[in-house]
Design a protein around this ligand. Sequence first.
Ligand code: ACM
Length: 680
Amino acid sequence: MIRALLLTALAAVASVAHAATPALMPMPAKVELSTGKLAIDGTFGVTVLAGNQIEITGPGISVPRLNRVVEQSLARVARQTGIFLAPGTKAATLRIECSPCSVTTPSLEEDESYYLDVYPSGARIQASTADGVIHGLETFLQLIQPGPDGFQVPAVHIEDWPRFAWRGLMIDASRHFIPLEVIKRNLDAMAAVKLNVFHWHLSDDQGFRAESRLFPKLQQLGSDGLFYTQAQMREVVSYASDRGIRVVPEFDIPGHTLSWFPGYPELAAAAGPFEIGRRFGVFDPVLDPSREEVYTFLDSFIGEMAALFPDPYFHIGGDEVNGKAWKQSEAVQAFAKQHGFKDTLAIQTYFNQRIQKILQKYGKTMIGWDEILGPDLPPDTVVQSWRGQESLAEAATKGYRGILSAGYYLDHGRPAAYHYGIDPLGGPAAQLTPEQAKRVLGGEACMWAELVDAETVDSRVWPRAAAIAERLWSPREIADLDSMYARLEAVSRLLEFAGVTHRASYQPMLDRLAGDRKAEPLRILADASEARGLGTGRRAHQTDTPLNRFVDAARLESESVRGLELTARRVAAAKPPDAADMASLRAQFSQWAANDARFQPLAEDNALLAEVKPLSKDLSALGVAGLRILDSLETSQPLPDDWMANETREIARLQRPSAEVLLAAVRPVKILFDELSRRK
Ligand code: ACM
């Protein structure tokens, strides 16, 4: 509805993200601030006008959902502000107009756009679907800030719609089980940044996490008792729907199926007995594509799961089939010969085609990882690009729809800026024709769970997934990194009120490491450090390896170090440097310099902290060096050549991970050191 009207507004978009704009993320397509503000107090209330009638009945009108959405938003207003909202009749502070409001569940094709108008006298959200309303409400919640007279929302006119229709977060619940309440709070956080697809990776080598009533040995023997009941899966679907989120289940086949085999060894193209995977990587045993019984089993199983998950898209995985089991199986080799299949890919293509027919029978469209992009792939298949952006462009060129995950792997532990810089229509996809580009539906952030569990998953998803959410929602021109980080830090705090514990879990994890000793020196070290991820300096061992180390407590990106980098850049650029900037750097470097003497007693006789003792020494040495560099910059007295040469080596050494963390603190010191070297 609104989309057509707003295309002309695109030109104005680039100028949106200036300092006066509130810290919205994703940044809306169009924001016009005006003067004045709407007060948020205990009388705050919402009225809903749906389907052109206040009366909330009528065929197809999704108002029960809308009512729950409004209740959730009121609860969030109360949590965010600490204000007790008056029970019973309230002021109509915010009026929601949803028309025709006929969509009852979130869908890929629907109109998610909304208008939000805030005046001193009240606010209004207009949308044509409940999902548009949900997005408008989340924007409204982000606008609530304390002001001179109490909590308030600035007067503003917002027109907003997503750039991509598929904006997902995948959570792997197999490598480590992710309990229901953790899934739910992540759905709340997803809604807060307008992500609209929860891709639930429900089975893999290390665990089969969905209850099957037809094949109960799947979860009984494949999950160590850690699985979701059917009632819980339905609950997640409905919880997600109330937040404008589709749920796409993934049952990864024919590979990554080790957890299926303890219960049903006859499905495997290898001899048993089988055990759930305890280590990580690619295992050889996979499903046997040559046996009809396997398809009969999958037909029943998919039918059972299809009934639990109403979304038309159903993910079959399809990744990382190494073909070894098929090559070693006489039955599979005979089958391949009979059909003229030359290689593993040809066998897997056959398998996919069989699965696609089963999915079709249950009204489902197939989605799979980019390995499924073989010959004769059914045309409506969606390809999820993970091995590189090329496969997305290739899929679109060949007529397939696709989503991007290459570059959005949260488990790699890269900075938000890295993910933010990757665009579904960038790289090879930049060459697509407009027609082909339309097949790029969006993208998904992926949280693989080798190195996360219920306690740490939030801090590995958030806040970085919010930067990906902005890349997928906001106009492409919204790309300024300083603006992104400033808003990311604000939204990170707000996400705590949505329920995720990425910030709240930090201190308790440090306290656990410190035991009955005061954790403060450890916190100073952790603030100066950044955890590495899979493939970027961290190794994954096995599923029962405790995730209770310093690296698990440390954040993936240090806000405080980022602040120091900004200060260091200002100091490097100004002559003379600002006195307050110098003082704040000096204070931080002094604290680091003194920290090791406080840290070493804390770490004494503590096996968990032994690995970071050298890191603590490095931080203190860095503090000492930083102070010396500041002195030299201030007095213009150069430092000795041998000291400079030694420090060059030290900085290079400190840029490499130690104990699977990076000493992020090196970055501001390096900025100052490079400036000093330049001035010499
Ligand atoms: C994948 O990361 N194996 C899809």
